[in-house]
Design a protein around this ligand. Structure first.
Ligand code: NAP
Length: 298
């Protein structure tokens, strides 16, 4: 991927990703592909925005004409009070990762759900009628729960090291989904998790991420015996210890890089009100994965 030709002039419209920390982000590399594909006069940068500077940063970005912003940890939930409105999916999930400029301020969307749905489908993982385990109960787990509902999973068991947070996530999800068809949802404790069948597992904790001491969300080897399909949201490294265990025990693994790519694509499509063809999407995803492969081996 040629990274030496970003064109910037007085009419360039700025977009960005904000997080804290942000040095690990791959988003600028992905958006560079989209910008080149469209040929538009845009730039996409990464900024380290501390949590207590979020509101000021939003006011500043809006005043300076930023067209859109992606948000990552720790801003996805705390940004909500500062927005002029929320897309229904972002409202339901309770987390926003994409802001679009409007005349009045920034409007919030969630594209993580789309990213995960596409990650699963691209890897041939279909949840309809299946029993799914979600590991973790944070922001990414909320998206995973929503994906399970949208895909028609039969049941969802959530395991989190802090049990109450998993129970609260389910309570909240039931409340925001009143009247809708839901999977059979419950929070489970460690012993139950190990005993129950769990052919489909979505791993949403940061365990295994570069710099995180815990390599595996579940250390017991026997846990991995009954996994047929495992999806990880962690994308650095690409082949996480969780995915390596799943594969070593005969299961199929889906890495978080695809989710990252697809959530970025959806954000860009929202900003530009376009829809990339499947051919363009898969071509750019392949370019990104190639870039990431070089990055991991550098
Ligand atoms: P979060 O809201 O902070 O939630 C983290 C969850 O993981 C909590 O339930 C926490 O448990 C649990 N946890 C944290 N460290 C753990 C460990 N060492 N072992 C076991 N459980 C642990 O974070 P998030 O927003 O959900 O993000 C989680 C991960 O998803 C991050 O690595 C993030 O980069 C990744 N992500 C990737 C994408 C993508 O596009 N690929 C998109 C979104 C997020 P407690 O409740 O007990 O603290």
């Amino acid at each position: 991927m040629n990274r030496a030709c970003m064109h910037v002039d007085g009419r360039t419209q700025c977009f960005a990703v904000w997080g804290h920390p942000i040095g690990h982000t791959f988003s600028p590399m992905i958006h560079e592909l989209f910008i080149k594909e469209c040929g538009d006069n845009m730039a996409y940068l990464a900024f380290d925005v501390a949590p207590d500077a979020l509101q000021d940063a939003l006011r500043g970005a809006w005043a300076m004409g930023f067209g859109g912003i992606n948000l990552t940890i720790p801003h996805k939930e705390r940004v909500i009070p500062y927005l002029v409105g929320l897309d229904p999916l972002a409202r339901k999930v309770g987390a926003v990762n994409t802001l679009k400029r409007t005349e009045e301020g920034f409007y919030g969307y969630n594209t993580d759900v789309y990213g995960m749905q596409s990650q699963l489908r691209t890897n041939g993982i279909y949840l309809e009628g299946q029993d799914v385990v979600i590991l973790g109960a944070g922001g990414a787990a909320k998206s995973a729960l929503c994906v399970c509902q949208m895909e028609g999973a039969r049941s969802v068991a959530i395991y989190n090291r802090t049990y109450d947070r998993a129970a609260e996530l389910i309570r909240h999800y039931e409340e925001v989904s009143r009247g809708e068809t839901l999977p059979n949802m419950r929070a489970v404790k460690y012993e139950e998790l190990l005993r129950m069948p769990h052919p489909y597992v979505i791993q949403t904790t940061p365990a295994g991420m570069l710099g995180v001491a815990d390599l595996l969300p579940i250390p017991e080897a026997l846990f991995y015996d009954s996994i047929l399909y495992g999806a990880d949201v962690v994308f650095n490294p690409k082949d996480t210890p969780f995915l390596e265990k799943v594969r070593a025990h005969g299961g199929k693994g889906a890495d978080g890089l695809s989710m990252l790519y697809y959530q970025a694509q959806k954000a860009f499509e929202i900003w530009k009100q376009i829809s990339f063809s499947e051919e363009a999407s898969e071509r750019m995803r392949a370019q990104f994965l190639e870039w990431a492969e070089d990055y991991f081996h550098a």
